[in-house]
Every structure is written in C-alpha cells, then in structure tokens.
Design a protein around this ligand. Structure first.
Ligand code: GCB
Length: 868
C-alpha cells in the first residue's frame, strides 16, 4: 500500500498535471534464481519468498542464502531531468539493488522499507537491467540472530518505481519519502500539528517555490491551509516545517478511528507548475500511562486487550498480499481487540494503516530478540532499524509504543567456559544498547511510549534494563513453560509492589493448541483446544482483577512458522487464537464474549462435534457444554426443548447435559443473539452394535481425541478396559519429561499426524475389545520415542558389550497367535518415526492383543479396528 498517494486528479489553475510524480508497481514479472539451485530460473511476482515450502519439510532445514531477482525496465527518453527511485516495503534481510550492474544501494534488515535513487545508473530511451540480490543467511551483525520464527528470504513486500520532477519532496531517506506529521499537543479544544519534510531541487539552477499545505477533517472538509515561499539553490535540499492548530479536533480512538488528511503541494514559482503532491493521514489523540491505573486515551481509562501478530500464512510464507493483511486486521478487530503488538518486527505498511482505520492501538518493535552481538556494527544496525521504524511509521495515530527488545536475556550466548566477568560484560553491553536505543527513540519521537518485552526472570530487574523503557511488557507462560496458571496474579502483584512506579502489561501468554486435539480433561502440553481455553480464561480473569495492569496481548493472533520448533505440527508455533490458515479456534470466540459490546453468544466445540461417552443406567452420555456470552444469563434449548437459564460468569456459562446416542441440536440464546450447534453422541455401549460395524480408532496413551485433518478419521481418547467395551490392561502413559510432556515432544517423521504418535502407552499387558464375532483387521500405530534406543553401550571394565536401557524389543499376540515378532522399532524404522503394522483376525467373540516384552517395555500409539 502506498503511504503517499499519487494525485492524478488535482489540476490547479495553470498547473501542469503531467508534471506530478508517478508511482507504479514493480511487483510483476521478475526472473528469480537462488544460489542454491542456480540452473533453475523461474518467473515470479512479488511479494515472493523462496522458503514457503522448504521451511516445512519434515525434519529438514530451510535454505538461508542468496536469491536474485532480475527485471528489465524500459526508461523513456523523456524521463531525462527527472529523478527515478525504487521503493521496497521490505526484503529479508540484506538486499543489494543493482542497475545495469552498478550498485544503486544496499539495505540491511528484513523488516523496514528502503528507497534507492536509480537516476545516476539508468540509460534513457533504452532497456535497463534491474537486479535485486537478497540474502537471508545468518549474519552476526543483523538482528534477529535467533528467534522463534522462520527467517524467510526474499522480496516479500511490494516494490514501486517512483518518478518525480527535479523539484520534489525528498524520497530517498530513512523515512522512505514519508513526510513527518507530529501532534505534539492535543486536547479536547485544540490540536497542534507539525508537518516536516525536505524539499529537493535537482536542477542546475536556483529554484523559487510555493509550498502549500492543506488539512482536511475526517469528513473531507478543508479546515486549514497555509502557503510558504521557499528559495532553493541549485542541487540542494531544504527542510520545511509547518506548525498549525486545529480547533475542536475530532479525536481518534478505538471507537472513533477518525483520520485527518494532509496534502502538500509544491509549485514552481517561475512556471507556476505543480511539480509534486503528497498526501497522508494523521489522527488527533493524547494518551498516558499510570503505574496504578493503567492506560489512558483522550483522558479515558482503557484496558489494552488484543494480540501479537506475525506476518505469515499457510502456503505463502511471509509473502502476503495486502488482502491478507487486511483480513487479519479485520479479524483482530472483530475479536473485540483494541490493541496489537506488532511482533517481533515492523510489518507491512498496510498493517499500520489498518490499525489507524479500525481503531487498534499499536506497539511496534524492531527484531532484537534473544541475543545481541557485542560489536559497534551490530549496535549501529539496531539503531538504524529503530530510526527507520520510527520515521516510516510515525504518522500513524494508532502507534503509541515503540519497542526495541524482546527477551534479550533468555538465550545469552554463554557456555560452560563463560566466566562471571564475561557474563557481566555481556549484560552490560545489552543494557548499554537498550539505553542508546531508548535515547534515540525519544529523540526521534518524544510523543510515544518506549517499551521492552521481558521473559519472567528477575535478571531484567537485577541488571537495571527493565528501568530503561517507559513501560515493560512481561511475556508470561505460567501453566506452560513452567509453573501454574494461578501464579500469574502473584507474579504481577510482586512486580507491582517492588516497582511501584513502573507501568506494565502482559505482552505474551498462551499455550500451543492444535484443533485436531480435543478433550474434557485438559492438561498443559496436551495441545488441546480445551487447555488453551482454560489457560486464556485464567489469564484474562487474573488481569481483570488488577487495575494496574495496562492490558494484555495474547501470543499469538494466528499460528506461525518457526522452523525447527516441534509443536503438534512440526515447524509451526501453534499458540494462535486462529490456525495458520485463519480458522478461529474456540478461544477466539471467548474473547468476543469478553470484549464485544454487541450481544454475543457462542457454543464452544467447533472441532468437537462428535463426542464419545459412556452411557449411564438410563442409556445417556455426559456432554459438558461451554457457552460464551456477554449477557448475565444464557437460555439453552436441546432438540427444541427449553432446558435451562444458565448464569454467565466472566463471559462463560457451563453445564453438563445427559444425552442419548445420536445427533442433538443445541441452541443458546440471549437477548439480541443466538447460536446453534449440533453434537453427535457416540455412546460406547452402542459402538459394537452398529450395523455395519463402524471402525474404531483409539489414540492410545492419550486423554484426547485426535482428528486426522485429511481423512477425517477420529481417534478417540484411550481408556481402561471394561467388560463389554474395550481398553488397555495395565501399563502407564509414556511421558518424556515429568514436568512437561504428554508423550514425547519430538517430531515424528513419516506422518502428518504427529500427535497421534507422540502420545503412547508403555509396559501394558494387553489391549482388549469385546467385539462381536467376525473377521477383523487390526492396525497398530507405533513410534520409538527413545533417541538412544539403537545405540550399543560398551562396558569397558568387563570388555563386554551390552544393550542400553533404551533398547526396546517386543512381540504382539492376537488371541494367542503371534502376529508381530521381536519388533525393534529403532532398528527397523528408526526412532521418532511413524510405523503402522496390520494383521487380520477371526474371532468368535473378542480380541485380546498381548504385548510381550523381549527388551524394555512395549509401546503403542494407536489402534484401528475394522471389520473385514
Ligand atoms: C516468547 C517469545 C516468542 C515465542 C514465544 C513462544 O516468549 O517472545 O517469540 O514465540 O515465547 O511461543 O515460546
């Protein structure tokens, strides 16, 4: 999206419309080649990344190196005497632009825009070769050095060509041609507006100009206008500033996101020609923070509620068309948010425009994440990034916080040999850099709040870094990476007590969640939607009890790529409130109930509409129901019959229904809104009675059901054997680490259904099904979770070799017949690799699968039982 608009239609009296600037998209038709595969050239359109596919190769690495884009540009003869620029909104991460093999400019950093002057390198009346070389390799001098997101390479934002007259508003500085609009003072009566830019005279003679500034109110009425006469020497540049006052300004807020427009016109004093025009938007508002009372906008207290957002999407990587930026911002608004943390780097200019237009208060930051390099070059690059971020985005009334570091003490580059002094020096360097960034930010823009995100450690207080920004954001994952959900409040209270003058908010929170995983018994690390809900509800409740907390931003708006991370889907961080392709998870609707003002009601269970349950003596199964609503009560009907008026507490109403086998329709209503959802009850005592026999699938070793997103198969939660039904006999759940993981946290190769294989039961005697007589096919799912299971260990003392504890060999017997013999998964398929083995069995009444250990404990991840 262009920040500065080409005005085609303005034709001033005796001004020449032809003389104005021309901005044209250069997005189409580039030839691309990567150094990795230099014989393979393809035609691409921008935005483009070369990592949208390889960043997701199961167990593989993505290419970080050089990619080159070529394009032929015809430069007409009549462009002589004008200035020609290329503007790129963002390319990751080191970019060199060449014209006819000469370097026109280099930009460093993947998340801010840049403009290069092509004029000295072009040949008029001829084709010119433009070459853009992008490099996303690790570079110790460019942040981020390491982070929990994928560093996609490429020109992944829009590129434009800008043609201006010799007398024009400067294009090629760190601000990428933005005029600077500041509102240093605003109250209900008056807003002071400063507009600053540079005028450039590229002609060889002196210029005399008339600079006209006009301001339009949100309804499009011109409310102010001022003219300044300026003289410029040949080949010179001149700073221009307007300082105006708007009486009775219309104020920008989340409820009233009204924008004023500025138009700057440059008129050549000699010819009276209009030589350049730029427009942009701004808003009038004031804000402040109070360590006890939180955030204030236009004198009114606000709780900042919203999300963090990364900039990628399933299948596209980070090369997003503007339509996805728009969709995301509208979804964020529709959730009821008034706040966004644009994490962990400046994003597309459209994001800031949408924040303005929709009324979403923004924190924007540069990508200094996890660690720094202690060099001047690194520090200067950080400072330059901050300069670019601020200058390119400062006109947006929605932006109120500038951030510059995230969790910089989480992964310091220490090892066992790092001395105490070495550590202290590192901390000191980081603190020094933070100070410099804070000072620079204030120099560039005194009107905004500076902010930094910290992980839940005291090191930020001990080193003093937390005292540098105006506000601190805590990234808190109690109930996930450690601790319990209810410890959040205590942590916030202690911080508030120990630092009574420090305003704070929660800049990140939330667990990993996969919509394929459903349960009524949520646990940390089960990746279920139910646990996500529990976690977010607890955090919101605890924050709402504390006025001093400015607000909170959920981690994350949507699932996002993080190569080498293993959640339920490898290479994806699944803490999103929406999936990677933007399907809202249940928790999204919870926020709507908590934050929206219009009547809202929703029955949770979008991805859990088929429920397996045991029947009670009346033949009915238990169906726990969660309803989100923003009313006092919600009325519930089941199959058209009134059931209950349920009280709503903090946005949530709970009940448990007893329902018969089969489909049921639930309707929840409040005054002004209603919602229906159907649930299908699959009662266990009925499962074996269905004709024809319906396959049974069990997610062995898990309390959760798992739905295969491709086939739609549902693998129900595991259970202990009861006569007449099915289940395991003996054994225990496999848990890789006592504190965190249900099952293993490893990527399971050879499957897209990792969670099915990640949870397992070990050391059990048998698995039984009391099925009717018939011929069955049994499919067993396995994965070896022990990475050392294949290794031999040598006992040096005795000179003997012996197998390690991790070695696992077992056999399986079906109704007494050996069907799998001496299975060693590590040897036969490899560790952490999906393995499926099947056999048939004819039975006159039940199936008993016995697991007999040869070494270690037998392991099992899933069973599918079908009738032949
Ligand atoms: C954090 C980081 C963020 C990670 C997140 C997580 O604290 O700031 O970049 O993605 O935790 O999911 O672990």
């Amino acid at each position: 999206m262009k920040k500065l608009y080409l005005i085609f239609l303005i034709v001033l009296s005796n001004a020449n419309a032809q003389a104005q600037r021309l901005v044209t998209s250069l997005n189409s038709n580039w030839t691309f080649v990567s150094e990795k595969n230099s014989s393979d050239t393809i035609t691409v359109n921008l935005p483009h990344t070369w990592n949208n596919v390889d960043a997701f190769i199961d167990g593989g690495d993505y290419y970080r190196g050089v990619g080159i884009y070529f394009k032929t540009l015809f430069i007409p003869e009549n462009w002589r005497g004008k200035s020609i620029f290329i503007r790129c909104e963002g390319a990751n991460q080191l970019t060199t632009v060449l014209v006819n093999e000469k370097i026109a400019g280099k930009h460093l950093g993947g998340y801010t825009g840049f403009v290069f002057n092509l004029t000295p390198y072009v040949v008029y009346g001829s084709e010119n070769q433009v070459e853009v070389v992008c490099d996303n390799s690790y570079n110790e001098n460019i942040p981020p050095l390491s982070a929990d997101f994928t560093f996609y390479g490429g020109i992944y934002r829009d590129v434009d060509l800008i043609l201006v007259q010799a007398l024009h508003i400067e294009v090629e500085n760190a601000a990428t041609g933005n005029i600077q609009i500041k509102t240093p003072f605003v109250d209900a009566e008056q807003a002071r507006v400063q507009v600053q830019f540079h005028l450039k005279n590229e002609t060889g003679t002196k210029a005399q100009t008339r600079v006209q500034l006009s301001i339009y109110d949100p309804n499009g009425n011109k409310v102010l206008s001022e003219i300044q006469e300026k003289k410029l020497d040949a080949k010179s540049k001149l700073a221009v500033e307007f300082d105006l006052k708007i009486e009775g300004p219309q104020l920008w807020s989340p409820e009233t996101p009204v924008l004023y427009a500025v138009k700057v016109e440059i008129i050549d004093g000699k010819s009276n020609e209009l030589t350049d025009v730029l427009t942009d938007k701004f808003g009038c508002r004031w804000f402040s923070v109070d360590p006890n009372k939180g955030f204030y906008l236009n004198g009114k207290q606000y709780r900042l509620m919203g999300v963090n957002r990364h900039q990628d999407f399933k299948g596209l990587g980070n090369a997003l068309p503007n339509s996805i930026h728009e969709m995301d911002m509208k979804l964020i608004k529709s959730m009821g948010s008034n706040f966004i943390r644009i994490a962990h780097y400046p994003q597309d200019p459209d994001i800031y425009d949408w924040c303005d237009k929709l009324g979403i208060i923004a924190w924007s930051e540069i990508p200094i994440v996890n660690q720094i390099t202690n060099t001047d070059t690194f520090a200067n690059n950080c400072l330059q990034m901050q300069r670019e971020q601020v200058l390119q985005n400062m006109n947006h009334p929605s932006v109120m916080m500038w951030g510059y570091m995230n969790e910089v003490f989480l992964r310091p580059p220490f090892n066992r040999t790092t001395s105490k002094e070495g550590k202290e020096n590192y901390y000191k360097d980081v603190v020094d850099l933070a100070r410099r960034l804070n000072v620079l930010t204030k120099l560039l823009d005194i009107s905004r709040i500076t902010v930094m995100a910290l992980h839940g450690s005291q090191i930020y207080n001990e080193t003093g870094i937390a005292d540098i920004p105006d506000v601190v954001g805590w990234n808190l994952y109690m109930g996930w990476y450690g601790g319990e959900l209810n410890q959040l409040g205590g942590f916030l209270d202690r911080e508030h007590q120990n630092h009574p003058n420090r305003p704070m908010l929660i800049s990140e929170y939330g667990p990993g969640t996969d919509v394929r995983i459903q349960t009524h018994h949520p646990q940390p690390w089960d990746f279920s939607e139910a646990y996500q809900l529990k976690n977010h509800m607890s955090y919101v409740d605890q924050v709402f009890e504390r006025e001093f907390v400015l607000g909170m931003a959920a981690w994350n708006y949507a699932d996002f790529a993080s190569a080498s991370r293993v959640d339920a889907i490898p290479d994806l961080n699944q803490k999103g409130l929406l999936t990677y392709d933007r399907e809202p998870k249940d928790v999204f609707y919870y926020y709507q109930a908590r934050l929206l003002k219009r009547p809202f009601v929703y029955i949770a269970g979008k991805n859990f509409e088929i429920q397996f349950a045991d029947a009670n003596s009346e033949g009915k199964g238990r169906l726990p129901i969660i309803i989100f609503a923003n009313s006092e009560n919600v009325h519930l009907k089941v199959d058209g019959v009134d059931v209950d008026d349920l009280p709503v507490n903090n946005g949530v109403a709970n009940t448990t229904l007893r329902l018969t086998d089969g489909a049921h329709l639930l309707e929840a209503s409040i005054s002004g809104a209603s919602y229906t959802r159907s649930f299908k009850m699959e009662l266990s005592n009925k499962l074996f009675e269905r004709l024809p026999f319906q396959p049974i699938r069990i997610n062995v070793g898990s309390d959760c059901s798992f739905t295969d997103a491709i086939s739609g198969e549902i693998w129900m939660a595991d259970r202990e054997y009861h006569p007449g039904l099915w289940g395991y006999v003996g054994g225990e759940l496999y848990q890789k680490s006592k504190s965190r993981f249900q099952g293993t946290d490893q990527n399971i190769l050879g499957t897209q259904n990792d969670p099915l294989y990640q949870t397992m039961r070990v050391g059990f005697q048998s698995y039984r099904f009391d099925v009717p007589e018939g011929n069955y096919k049994v499919t067993l799912l396995f994965a070896e979770p022990n990475a050392t299971a294949t290794k031999l260990v040598y006992d040096l003392e005795n000179g003997e070799s012996k197998t390690e504890e991790g070695k696992r060999v077992f056999s399986v017997f079906a109704n007494g017949r050996k069907v799998i013999s001496d299975l060693n998964l590590a040897e036969s398929v490899g560790v952490n690799t999906a393995c499926e083995l099947a056999f048939e069995i004819i039975t006159n009444g039940n199936i008993e699968l016995k697991f007999e250990s040869v070494h270690g404990k037998a392991v099992l991840s899933g069973i599918r039982l079908e009738q032949r």
